[in-house]
Design a protein around this ligand. Sequence first.
Ligand SMILES: Nc1ncnc2c1ncn2[C@@H]1O[C@H](COP(=O)(O)OP(=O)(O)O)[C@@H](O)[C@H]1O
Ligand SMILES: N[C@@H](CCOP(=O)(O)O)C(=O)O
Length: 319
Amino acid sequence: MAVYTHLGAEDLAELIAAYDVGELVSAKGIAEGVSNSNWLIETTRARYILTMYELRIDTAHLPFFLGLLDHLSAKGCPVPRTIHDCDGAAFRMIEDKAVALIEFLPGVSVDHPTPGQAKAVGSALAQLHHAVADFPMQGIQTMGLAEWDRLIHQCGSERLDTISPGLSDLAYEELSYLAMHWPGGLPHGVVHCDLFPDNVLMLGDRVSGLIDFYFSADDFFAYDLAVTHAAWCFSPGGHQFRPEISSALLAGYASGRALSDEERDQMPVLLRGACMRFLSSRAYDWVFTPTDALVVRKDPMDFARRLDFYRANGKELFA
Ligand SMILES: Nc1ncnc2c1ncn2[C@@H]1O[C@H](COP(=O)(O)OP(=O)(O)O)[C@@H](O)[C@H]1O
Ligand SMILES: N[C@@H](CCOP(=O)(O)O)C(=O)O
């Protein structure tokens, strides 16, 4: 459930009146999502998404995230633009919380992607990587190797092994490997870093929306591809690799942007890093989020299984 704050009819009407979007007709809370509260807003003119920033997002970073949406949308990427209020502001405050009104994009998130859909996602990701070339703002990567290390150490061996026996050995061993082998100097820019199926809206085989840019930061384009690969190319729970989805995703990406030889060589380590990224944040949330909290805890083992797969087969995939 992702509506953490109650907004009454008067609050909503007052808020919508600050924008040139017509009059409020209805507002429905959206159940999907984890970090923020979202409402589907209908006005006499169109539909919009209203997001209230609840957790993890510092208001100081909103000009970056919302500016990125506007930049990508203006470049023709399927990304929702920010609706600015009548004074030109990209976000407003309701008491101590920031809210933004965002363009509504049609489409649904798929649970079991087809090769055609994976190809379209690969191609949309490549388009994004070109489109950020002249994005003028900087986004520091706060979810990099140092943070994975910190999160795993905060969990500690005992608690990790309570999630699953042997998880601590896997995590510590992997962190040392990544610290020694993480590449430098690959092509980079502001990238999505969280392009999971639930952050892509699709109409059939077409990508109609890329959403949830709140982990975007400056990082390697190939790392973004690795995150997307890890998120899309496995059955639920990460139990089985789906080779046909992997081939389609990589072909779609290559149709828009060719990986250099160096990027290809580094893909196996970047894929392992992508797994550690989500293994570490999920393990931390698993250990430290109270079981009765509203936030849904996601299983870190989904990414331990993917990590095992890439450790054994990552080099072969990019041979
Ligand atoms: N621009 C948009 N157009 C249409 N639906 C959207 C849009 N943005 C968000 N949504 C809907 O809201 C849900 C939650 O949004 P998301 O940004 O993923 O929240 P969270 O950051 O909390 O995970 C999405 O799964 C989608 O159904
Ligand atoms: N995609 C991440 C969690 C981030 O949550 P989001 O709802 O903001 O995408 C994961 O699966 O662990």
